[in-house]
Design a protein around this ligand. Sequence first.
Ligand code: ADP
Ligand code: MG
Length: 218
Amino acid sequence: MLQLKNIYKSYITGGSRQIALDGINLKFRESEFVTVLGPSGSGKTTFLNIIGGLERCDKGDLIINGKSTKEFTDSNWDFYRNNNIGFIFKNYNLIPHLSILENVTIAVSFNGLSKKEKQEKAIEALNRVGIKDYMRKTSQYLTKDEMQRVAIARLLLKPCELILADEPTGSLDIKNREIVVKLLKNMQEQGKTIIVVSHDPFFEAIADNVIDLSANIK
Ligand code: ADP
Ligand code: MG
């Protein structure tokens, strides 16, 4: 479903070039669970950003469902991001002055639902991540652990075939880590492909494929 062909990405800062990805070749299958490892600075976040269409590579090609993205326009990329990808990133993108429930309800993108039906779906997702009891709390007062779980509730509501997660259990205690691992495993069982950047041994244990980026940057 997705192929990376010789992907190269570098950044220039203060006149010097930093290579982030140096010729990555990989293929992902449908409903595959992939765990990505590597020390800080080895290109893990850049890797997810390129796969998710948030950044462009300098050289190489990302092949989506057999199609090269070399000629993709901005609107092709927007369509891809909006319809194919579910993200859990480190800056959880919550609107601070809205409640948890409001933040999750606005993420419900199924058309043709009334506001009340959208809210019911949001409540159901919050229940699955154990947040239902305080869903009226304003988002700016949440702990990192709560924000991470709200981000996962939103992901549960997004129609997508590929899930990209950057350290999704980094701030969670053991009980909530297990919940999130199970939810992601469950999404894989629904046919989605999951790519998780994480050093959590839970993810290594359930992965079909473990990619180690430590050799990417010498
Ligand atoms: P990781 O997620 O594994 O810690 P990153 O993908 O964030 O690694 O970064 C890989 C390398 O690219 C690092 O050396 C980092 O400093 C550099 N880098 C990442 N993003 C940028 C950017 N926007 N501008 C400049 N350098 C960047
Ligand atoms: Mg990172």
